[in-house]
Design a protein around this ligand. Sequence first.
Ligand code: HEC
Ligand code: HEC
Length: 420
Amino acid sequence: MRSKIFLAAGIILLLALIPVSAMASPEPTADRLTDLEKLGRFLYFDQNLSEPAGQSCASCHHPAFGFDDPESDLPVSEGVIPGLFGGRNSPISAYAMYSPIRYFDEAQGLWIGGQFWDSRATGEYLGDPLADQAVGPFLNPVEMANASKEQVIADIKASKYAGLFEKVWGAGSLDSVEAAYDQVGLSIAAFERTSAFALFNSKYDYYLATCIRKGGDMNDCAKGVGRIAKKVGNGIFTNQEWYGLQLFMGENNNDGVLQKGEGAMCSACHAADWTLASDYTLPVQVPAWAPAGMVPPVFTDFTYDNLGLPKSTHPLLVNAPVDLGLGSIVGDEAENGKFKVMTLRNVRLSAPYGHNGYFTTLKGIVHFYNTRDVPGASWDPSEYPDTVNVDELGNLGLSSRDEHALVEFMKTLSDGDWRR
Ligand code: HEC
Ligand code: HEC
């Protein structure tokens, strides 16, 4: 991904000169959905597709919460059967469309892409990680708890959108259970690639669009660099938010002292780079305000890392075995304990934080990044110590005020706040 971004630099320079014409609030365009996308929407919101009825995808990924679980008191989500819980925190599923089919980047030596905290929905089965993901929850006993694919397809047959299903996938398609079940996954994935899942209308986006419109270089604007970015940024953000943005983007040698010009290193993984829509093999959204064909930063590079999160002490997780994350999926000990870098768009709404929901607040997780390795800090031991990243975090030298500014900046990534 990074090398492609580099290659695209020339094009980006040209595109930066194109003015952003429409500055009206980019509402979720009352997009004309295709029949396939409409079918996906029916499936996504249908509470009759669980056993017993009552839970849909949206129950744990609600549109008003960045498509995350509205339940923020628990580190994990409750399935349709009361008292049964999954083993991980439900992530924001908006912006998940940008995660590519999982691959191993030889040059960087990194796994990139796929869905879930551990990448297990790779996209190799149905050609789209979102489709591979979507066929899971219906049969998962701690989620929608159907006993079989037959049961799911029978419910769809009895639904009001059964006709639409056969219109999209062919007459009689609901009679071949295996194929129809995969078509359910593909339909949901198509819906998850619509603009509802990539609104790009946060306060940060408003700043970014304005900065570009005023003639700022799109990369400088994204990172808050240069005269135009500064002028626009100061007019739109509070002082704290703007300072938080600077910290977020800045490098840090992790030696416990915040030198002048240093930041908090966040964008090293929660990438604030523009990408080219044409570099994605699967369809992705580009907001109307962005320079043609360019995807604004999604605040992840879809790699995996071990932050050294402590094992959860929550009663629902305290007795769970050590979670090996990516390592258990790719069968490589060197990847044990690594979890996906999640997008930070809408992160304000997605408490608790981390794959095991260890942190209940943003301030809590930022304080962890800052002080994990500070002598005398009394963090519980890492769940899987062997692969913990000690280069880019752990001793950042931030003050409490700095930590707070980072939190304030992250809150500007919430969709719907355009021009507020
Ligand atoms: C009971 C709550 C629950 C239900 C119901 C549920 N999910 Fe999830 N979802 C989760 C949890 C928890 C995870 C993370 C699990 C993991 O990583 O192992 C997740 C992960 C995801 C992801 C991956 C996001 C990413 O960035 O990796 C997507 C996409 C998603 N779900 C979509 C769906 C769809 C589509 C449905 C319906 C077919 C659905 N979910 C039903 C709880 C739920
Ligand atoms: C070395 C890569 C890396 C760096 C640097 C990094 N992060 Fe992360 N971030 C991750 C990974 C990986 C996760 C998920 C870890 C897990 O759950 O085990 C994560 C998770 C998060 C989450 C929780 C997201 C959620 O949905 O639960 C927040 C918030 C966050 N990071 C903010 C920051 C901030 C602020 C900084 C800078 C101080 C930062 N990150 C620096 C890799 C990184």
